[in-house]
Design a binder for this molecule. Structure first.
Ligand SMILES: [Fe+2]
Length: 386
């Protein structure tokens, strides 16, 4: 990852601003990006971010306060350290061949483990009053893209702009700890929606199990090849989240996997749901194309980065997919011995760059609340129709 990091750093400094010419690419000398750009947050920046979050907490009380959210971009550009805001602003407009689609902010914030308390048994028991400061920090990063934090009825019936993602205590031993490469599936978030998140952030408050992050970028393939061409056809199905009952009508909706620019495509893809779920119901042609693509794509899965407490991964959900991890929650490997530890605790935030473009699927009185259930179909909820 070192080499990639170095070249990625360079690309952020020179190539990614739309007003600047791209750097001279010398034939085959430039390789496709294979991993996220790593940004080491300096102690000075970390302190500044912490101070800003404290000031905002005092001023607004909560990161969902309407006055704060409606002035988010202003706050982001005024209050974030300039370098961090600049990196994010360029990331929001960079869809180039060298853009992997994920940034890692190492040491973005200090996490007071005592103040946090033990990891709750599941997300349902989360005490969000302990997480307010982190909600301000995450939202500022999205604000610098600029992108607006949103919530989805399809995910926890909304559940606020910040979600605690916690491995369920009861599930600890049902998952395999082997972590073999073939076990890794990747997905772009909510691949069963047309209005899926544009950007995602994952802030790690705890990762004592030392679980690597799992990322995969469509840019790792390089230029669009003959296998990828097939994925522009609108013939692919994506079942809803496994938690929801089947719906005959919308299961018939098909769409493309790749979209946007033909040469530098975006991706909407869920390996587990679209290829390995028996209920996916793909046509033989669609399945054939998906399997061929997956054979190539899985080689590009990157799991070389192990997040520490206070690290944040920022993802363009149209370029980069993330993984379903398999690990033994609440245990870490110490010299071959499995030793008990606090379970992983991660905070996820999702955002959209335009509230106007999603207005047909948002609640009447809350344009930040997305009611899409499955490929354009809305949840039958009165709040969205008032
Ligand atoms: Fe996900």
């Amino acid at each position: 990852m070192e080499t990639i990091t170095a070249s990625a750093r360079q690309s952020v400094a020179t190539a990614t601003h739309p007003d600047r010419p791209a750097p001279a690419i010398t034939g085959s000398g430039v390789l496709p990006p294979m991993g996220p750009m790593i940004i080491d947050v300096t102690p000075k920046e970390r302190t500044a971010i912490s101070n800003v979050a404290n000031i905002l907490t005092k001023a607004f009380g909560h990161y969902e306060h309407p006055d704060y959210i409606s002035s988010l971009h202003l706050n982001a550009f005024q209050l974030l350290p300039e370098r961090i805001a600049g990196i994010l602003s360029r990331f929001g407009t960079d869809f180039s061949r060298s853009q992997y689609g994920a940034l890692v902010f190492k040491g973005l914030t200090d996490v007071d483990q005592d103040a946090l308390g033990p990891t709750p048994p599941s997300w349902k028991e989360t005490d969000y009053s302990r997480l307010i400061k982190y909600g301000f920090i995450c939202s500022l990063l999205h604000g610098a893209i600029p992108s607006k934090p949103v919530q989805y009825y399809a995910q926890r019936k909304g559940g606020g702009l910040l979600h605690a993602v916690i491995p369920d205590e009861k599930m600890s031993f049902t998952q395999t700890g082997s972590g073999s490469r073939t076990d890794l599936f990747v997905h772009t978030e909510d691949a069963f929606l047309f209005n899926q998140a544009d950007f995602l952030s994952f802030l790690f408050l705890r990762n004592e199990e030392q679980v690597p992050s799992t990322l995969y970028s469509i840019r790792s393939h390089g230029d669009t090849n003959e296998i990828m061409e097939e994925l522009f056809k609108p013939i692919y199905k994506c079942p809803k989240d496994a938690n929801y009952a089947d719906d005959e009508n919308t299961e018939e909706v098909t769409t493309s996997i790749l979209y946007g620019n033909r040469k530098r495509p975006f991706i909407r893809f869920d390996a587990a749901e679209q290829i390995f779920n028996e209920k996916a119901g793909q046509s033989p042609e669609a399945m054939h194309n998906l399997v061929r693509f997956w054979e190539e794509a899985k080689k590009f899965i990157n799991n070389s980065f192990v997040p520490d407490s206070g690290d944040l991964i920022f993802v363009n959900n149209h370029l980069c997919a993330h993984g379903r991890n398999s690990f033994i929650a609440g245990y870490r490997n110490e010299n071959g011995q499995m030793v008990k530890c606090e379970r992983r605790l991660m905070l996820r935030m999702m955002s959209k760059t335009s509230l106007i473009n999603i207005r047909s699927v948002t609640q009447t009185d809350d344009p930040y609340f997305i009611m899409e259930e499955h490929y354009g179909k809305l949840f039958n909820n009165d709040a969205s129709q008032q």
